[in-house]
Design a protein around this ligand. Structure first.
Ligand code: NDP
Length: 490
């Protein structure tokens, strides 16, 4: 007999945290049907009332902070402190999305130009309908809510499929939403394995898929979406670079580098994976890093590897890196599943898997570069392009480097700080995906622009869209266009 439920397991203890239904394609389609009706109601509610409900939901989540952080801690194994930080960041995003939706998406007049002088033009961003959110396990609240909060604020209903590793917290997020919006199932969670997600992405009534997960799965989800021309925002993996320039504060850089790489056991899409340090400060930086890394331990400063299968990937990268490079900290013996202690290896060839593929573990490769320019070239020579970091005391130079970094986001003199600024869009280029969550772009991602041009009066002698148009009208148009656009700029 087929199993109708699956368990979420505490990766640190092996204990069962909860049991959840493996929702069948039929169950998923029923949820989408309910969401379609709820979407119409939610859209008609209007922006002011949606804002009120979402701010109320924020308060409900804040009141359940301890319960939610405990659940995140149990399902992912991450320390309660890190789970708390994740929840707090989520609240700030929910707050921003609720408060800014009307301003960003609401109806506004736009200029019509000389040829449209007799028109009044307006632009607004309307809800799409049902949005499907498919989320990962590494930040099971912050990451999916980066899509869910913005999609809800834009007036859509959401059906959320959490990772099979963290279904409990996903279910709870939707249950708590009902305290603020009891009338209709505007936000539902469906649980199950990959097939449940596939059924959701393939439902033709879903108007957008917000996918967060690996690049390989994104391609599968996109293929399913292609059947119905369903658009997708793809938030995928990363191989983020950390550049240390000659004038950097090396103590601060080493501290940030270590946290950015090892926090959450390195299971952060925008975590530090590759470090490039300019020659002039290389030895001093390595000294700072080596000193600090001895004090960081798995199971004490960060939790276990949440997804058991990921340990093999991490092990393969460590084995490969330690064979070809020089060990600064840790080594193959650092893998003691489900925990992995920090591993730092220098001089690993740039074409090796440890440098090219996403490791998603507490490991970094470090490389000496001639200067910041070479560091940037190496940083940019990656299929991924999610985030990145630059440490330098020269704000102008650092900003220049940041602008040239081939990534969606770059932090200067801090790590991953962009994720905590709700007004900043989050997303990548290349294998890291496309589309944006967070910020105004994140709101517009879940809305469709609606353009309206209203004729205010008929322009006598200039009716261009009529079969009654004569040569005199065309002549006037050519004179006007030559006056407006015919002057060359030399
Ligand atoms: P996966 O790609 O394995 O899974 C992501 C989600 O997709 C899960 O809910 C999964 O369900 C679901 N899924 C699996 N197969 C299908 C399918 N055929 N159709 C629809 N849905 C499917 O990623 P992980 O959960 O392992 O997450 C880690 C990855 O996420 C890393 O690469 C990380 O970098 C990336 N990530 C990116 C972020 C970003 O914002 N750019 C943020 C956080 C993580 P199930 O779990 O049940 O298999």
């Amino acid at each position: 007999m087929t199993t109708l439920t699956f368990d979420s397991i505490n990766p640190a203890t092996g204990e069962i945290v909860g049991s959840h239904p493996k929702q069948t394609p039929d169950a998923v389609h029923e949820a989408v049907g309910r969401a379609e009706e709820a979407a119409a109601w939610w859209a008609a509610l209007g922006p002011a009332e949606r804002r009120r409900r979402l701010l109320d939901y924020k308060a409900v989540l804040a009141q359940h902070l301890k319960e939610l952080t405990t659940l995140v801690h149990q399902e992912t194994g991450k320390p309660v402190g890190d789970a708390t930080l994740e929840l707090v960041l989520t609240l700030t995003h929910l707050d921003w999305a609720a408060r800014n939706a009307q301003k960003v998406l609401g109806r506004r007049r736009v200029a019509t130009g000389m040829i449209g002088l007799n028109l009044a033009a307006t632009l607004e961003y309307l809800p799409l309908g049902v949005v499907a959110a498919i989320g990962p396990w590494n930040y099971p609240v912050f990451t999916p809510m980066g899509s869910i909060a913005y999609a809800l604020a834009a007036g859509n209903a959401v059906v959320f499929k959490p990772s099979e590793l963290t279904p409990g917290v996903g279910v709870r997020l939707a249950e708590l939403f009902r305290e603020s919006v009891p009338e209709h199932p505007v936000f539902q969670t469906v649980t199950g394995l990959g097939e449940t997600g596939a059924a959701l992405a393939g439902d033709p009534r879903v108007k957008k898929v917000a996918f967060t997960g690996s690049t390989a799965t994104a391609k599968r989800v996109m293929a399913a979406c292609a059947e119905n021309l369903t658009p997708i925002v793809a938030e995928c993996g990363g191989k983020d670079a950390f550049i240390v320039d000659a004038d950097a504060d090396l103590k601060a850089a080493a501290d940030a580098c270590l946290w950015g790489a090892m926090a959450n056991a390195g299971q952060t899409c925008a975590g530090v994976e590759r470090v490039y340090v300019v020659d002039a400060v290389y030895e001093s930086f390595i000294r700072e890093l080596s000193e600090r890394v001895t004090k960081v331990k798995a199971g004490e400063h960060y939790g276990p590897i949440t997804m058991p299968g990921q340990v093999d990937v991490i092990k393969r990268h460590i084995d490969d890196a330690t064979k070809s490079g020089r060990v600064i900290a840790g080594g193959p013996e650092s893998v003691r599943a489900p925990y992995v202690d920090p591993v730092i290896v220098e001089d690993v060839p740039e074409d090796s898997p440890a440098v090219r593929e996403e490791t998603f573990g507490p490991t970094i490769t470090v490389r000496r570069t001639r200067d910041a320019q070479e560091a940037l070239s190496l940083a940019n020579a990656s299929a991924y392009g999610l985030g990145g970091t630059i440490f330098s005391r020269n704000a102008r130079r650092a900003t220049e480097l940041a602008r040239l970094m081939r990534s969606g986001m770059t932090a200067i003199n801090s790590v991953i700080s962009f994720a905590g600024v709700p007004a900043l869009p989050f997303g990548g280029v290349g294998d890291s995906g496309f589309g944006r969550i967070h910020g105004a772009d994140g709101l517009r991602e879940f809305a469709r622009p609606k353009a309206i041009a209203r004729q205010r009066f008929a322009m006598s002698g200039m009716n261009l869209t009529s079969f009654n148009r004569g040569p005199a009208e065309l002549e006037r148009l050519v004179r006007l266009v030559t006056f407006l656009h015919g002057r060359r700029k030399r």
